[in-house]
Design a protein around this ligand. Structure first.
Ligand code: ZN
Length: 134
């Protein structure tokens, strides 16, 4: 059994900025040498989302609209300043698990892994990838 861990960092430009991290995660899978197992992709941030779906600009706009509908920016919240950013992160979660098969991420043709920033200001984000398998 192999347990391999690596993290990478990137900058976001503020609310709803999306960063495709599929290649970063794939690189960690290759570095691990694991052929069959799973990749845990997790960000230790209390705001922000890791999504898996098609990375397409019109769809990214629709995701923004969905997040605004589900959790409006102004909603009479109790937490100061950025409650909406935490609540959006709570709904869609800053972590995912992806199967590793044949030494590669087993993603569908139209699936990408990407970060959606929910914090209003630009931030530096770190995503940790843990590969477990053989
Ligand atoms: Zn806060």
């Amino acid at each position: 059994l192999t347990v391999y861990e690596e993290a990478f960092t990137f900058e976001t430009r503020g609310e709803f900025d999306c960063s495709d991290i599929t290649q970063n995660v794939s690189r960690v899978v290759r570095a691990s040498g694991v052929k069959k197992g799973m990749a845990l992709v997790f960000a230790g941030h209390a705001t922000g989302v890791i999504a898996i779906t098609e990375y397409e600009s019109m769809l990214l706009r629709d995701i923004k609209t969905l997040l605004q509908k589900l959790v409006p920016t102004r909603g009479g919240y109790n937490h100061p300043a950025n409650a909406h950013a935490h609540l959006r992160s709570l709904l869609l979660q800053p972590g995912k698990v992806v199967p590793v098969v044949g030494g590669r991420l087993s993603l569908g043709t139209w699936q990408s892994i990407f970060w959606i920033e929910t914090e209003t200001r630009p931030r530096r984000r770190t995503v940790r990838v843990l590969i477990v398998g053989e």
